[in-house]
Design a protein around this ligand. Structure first.
Ligand code: IVH
Length: 721
């Protein structure tokens, strides 16, 4: 739980002696109620939603007491909902976690017909299907809400969980039970059935909710998706129940028996079980038909009454879906074909440079605020210096070669959740005195040279750990969600401790010595503004709790360039322990040798990512920092996400010769999904060689080493296909 107190809380809550509630006129009460309710709602968002507390605990409590006193006298004010309804029950951070038995993945995106054609080609190639072989897809609207997984056991709803990071979500069962489209019991359902779909709010309900919120002085929502998310993730299920949420079922997780043989059939089954399924779902026989449906659904978009942001295509045959399997975070058998982005013109007021944790100098456009598709946009990414100059990655002109200057009128667009971008510049409105932007050659934060390596679009500060911006961004990443996620130590607190002279946090290891240093310093932290005895105690306890950390989270937290959560997961499950990972990275030589081959052999780990990780372990400064951190930790083993009954889990398998029933890519992906390591060469460590016709030297080596050799059919039997 983050400490609500923060150092800059002074004065914000207004401490003048208030008029006694008994003396307030109805009008004055309404005005004051609305003002305080908005303050409390804002503080709640900062505290729970953004992990960035804005007002002190005592001020927050004082506001809530006043609000309650006003409501006691004028109960009508709270009729449409009030932050007092959330007393002691924060809307987030207090849900229990649910580990998804089957991960909740996201979808890859397509933006045009060419992307869709490539999607179809990739699938055919993976499955070894000819270009003219029949291959059916479903097409259905992509609902712009938030995904939810509903678990039914013996026909009864037992659990509802948000997607979270895909592996672990929040338990929102009580809230889901209040949604009309979600049945509490199902007739004739499989014993175990996880139904997945989208929670959303329709336009009419959204408008009415916002009107009620505005009238009561409470927070209004920027769009229906935010309203749906904010309503579902309420700790008080009564608030969720009062919000008009809906649910479309479109997928499933764990199942005790198959729903059908096809996607269409499974959707029909979900419908017959009592779920709302999208009536625009269609069967298509190839990319051309998919494109036609996309056009049709896009044309219908404005009349649907709820937000959609694209059309999702899925391979219809579930056996083929199974063969195609998944990449790290997305299925190979589905894609989201997004609608074109929403656009608006505004003035670019300034270009700022932000220095990220990897030293990248990222230019940001500060815009005169403008509404784009219902959301106010004040910043847009400018990517890098070439982008500003009107050049693409390969030096080719973009925006017809028009550069971007301070003072320009620019066209902003946003698509889905992505950071807004600049699509175009209006040269006719360019101010006469506008000058081309000169990209800094030194780091604006530490003054070190900022250099661009060959082939890199980004200019980077060379200050490394000596650059305060990099150090502080690395620390923020370290404590972020998905990494150490320490309650009470968010981005704001990191900035404060980073600047602190007596009790500094300058590198991750410092977090774990904070309590001891504070004690040595006569426990001064609790006397500081923004801290109290309780919040300090909570903070130290939260830090203590994170001394034991999963290997995947630790690897992600290191903030190594190119290593996101999913690649950190891959590395953790491949190496299993910190000792194995650390020694492999220390011994690895970029581009050659056994450790390098092993690292780059992991499905999903490319050479760029691999080199980035190895590099970090070979830089003395970085290495020492990692060692100082690890000395304070108790690192849990990496989890292998494999079926426990898999006969090939942990085995090293080599495929050689021609495979006749599957492509090489399919064989590798299937084996890895079952927990096997697939290697390209045979050694004494190989457990199994699957040899097809024409197998040559690898099969001979296997024979001489006494490694078991089986044919493709035996392999398929072994893995139960
Ligand atoms: S299928 C394994 N179908 O889009 C993938 N997702 O960008 C299962 N979404 O996380 C997802 N409408 O929240 C699927 N008709 C639809 C969808 C849909 C919306 C969301 C879903 C997913 C996200 C991916």
């Amino acid at each position: 739980m983050p400490a609500r107190k923060s150092p800059d809380s002074a004065g914000r809550a207004g401490k003048a002696t208030p008029v006694p509630v008994a003396e307030l006129s109805a009008e004055a009460a309404r005005a004051e109620w609305a003002r305080i309710a908005a303050d409390v709602a804002r503080a709640n968002v900062a505290y729970h939603g953004e992990d960035a507390p804005e007002i002190a605990d005592a001020d927050y409590d004082r506001l809530k007491r006043r609000l309650q006193a006003i409501e006691d006298r004028f109960p009508g004010l709270a009729a449409a909902g009030s932050p007092t309804a959330q007393v002691g029950a924060p809307p987030s951070g207090s849900f229990t976690s649910v580990r998804h038995e089957v991960p909740m993945l996201s979808l890859a995106n397509a933006f045009d017909a060419e992307d869709v054609a490539k999607f179809d080609e990739r699938i055919r190639k993976f499955l070894g299907l000819a270009a003219d072989a029949p291959l059916a897809y479903t097409a259905e609207p992509k609902i712009d809400g938030l995904s939810l997984s509903l678990r039914y056991e013996a026909g009864r709803l037992v659990q509802a969980a948000t997607r979270g990071d895909g592996q672990t979500g929040e338990n929102v069962t009580a809230n889901a039970r209040s949604i009309g489209d979600i049945p509490a019991t199902l007739p004739d359902a499989p014993k175990i059935l996880e139904v997945r779909g989208e929670v959303y709010m329709d336009h009419a309900d959204f408008t009415a909710l916002n009107a009620r919120q505005a009238e009561s002085g409470a927070k209004t929502f920027a769009n229906p998706r935010n309203a749906a998310a904010g309503s579902l993730r309420q700790l008080d299920a009564a608030i969720t129940a009062a919000r008009p949420l809906r649910f479309f079922a479109y997928a499933w997780g764990a199942l005790s028996e198959p729903l059908a043989d096809t996607q269409m059939g499974a959707i029909a089954r979900l419908k017959s079980l009592g779920f709302a399924t999208n009536p625009l779902t269609r069967l298509c026989d190839g990319p051309a038909a998919l494109q036609r449906i996309h056009t049709e659904i896009e044309a219908a978009r404005a009349t649907l009454g709820y937000d959609i942001d694209g059309v999702v295509y899925k391979v219809n045959d579930l056996a083929l879906q199974h063969r195609l399997g998944f990449r790290a975070t997305t299925p190979r058998w589905a894609i989201a074909h997004k609608f074109p982005a929403e656009l608006a013109w505004t003035r670019l007021e300034a270009i700022d440079i932000q220095v990220g944790r990897t030293g990248a100098l990222s230019p940001v456009a500060r815009l005169h605020p403008v509404t784009v598709g219902g959301v106010v946009v004040a910043n847009a990414t400018l990517h890098n210096e070439d982008y500003i100059a009107g050049r693409g990655a390969k030096g080719h002109p973009i925006r017809d070669g028009k550069d971007i200057r301070q003072g320009d009128w620019v066209q902003v667009y946003r698509a889905g959740d992505v950071i807004p971008k600049i699509a175009d510049v209006d040269l006719a409105r360019r101010p006469a005195d506008a000058v081309p932007y000169v990209f800094p050659q030194t780091c604006p934060e530490c003054g070190s040279d900022a250099i661009r390596e060959d082939g890199d679009a980004v200019r980077r500060c060379t200050g490394g750990l000596a650059c305060p911006a990099q150090a502080v961004e690395k620390l923020k990443h370290f404590v972020s969600r998905g990494a150490f996620d320490i309650d009470g130590l968010g981005a704001r607190q990191i900035e404060m401790f980073f600047a602190d002279e007596t009790l500094p946090i300058r590198e991750p290891g410092d977090i774990f010595t904070l309590a001891a240093r504070d004690a040595a310093n006569l426990a001064k932290l609790k006397n500081r503004e923004g801290f109290g005895e309780k919040s300090v105690k909570n903070l130290f306890q939260a830090i203590e709790e994170k001394r034991r950390i999963g290997l995947d989270k630790l690897i992600f937290a290191l903030g190594i360039r190119h290593v996101g959560e999913s690649s950190a997961n891959l590395l953790a499950s491949h190496y299993g322990t910190w000792a194995a990972f650390e020694s492999a990275m220390s011994d690895a030589v970029i581009g050659t040798g056994r450790q390098w081959a092993d690292l780059t052999g992991i499905d999903g780990v490319g050479e760029v990512l691999a080199a980035s990780v190895v590099n970090v372990f070979h830089q003395p400064g970085e290495r020492a920092l990692i060692d100082r951190l690890v000395a304070h930790l108790d690192i849990a083993e990496g989890r292998r996400r494999v079926p426990s009954d898999s006969p090939v889990a942990g085995k090293t398998v080599v495929f050689t010769g021609t495979l006749e029933k599957m492509t090489r890519a399919e064989a590798k992906s299937r084996a890895e999904a079952l927990g096997a390591k697939v290697s390209g060469s045979v050694s004494a460590r190989t457990d199994l060689v699957v040899a097809g016709p024409g197998a040559g030297s690898k099969a001979r080596t296997a024979e001489s080493l006494g490694v078991e050799i089986i044919d493709e059919d035996a392999w398929l039997r072994l893995i139960g296909e």
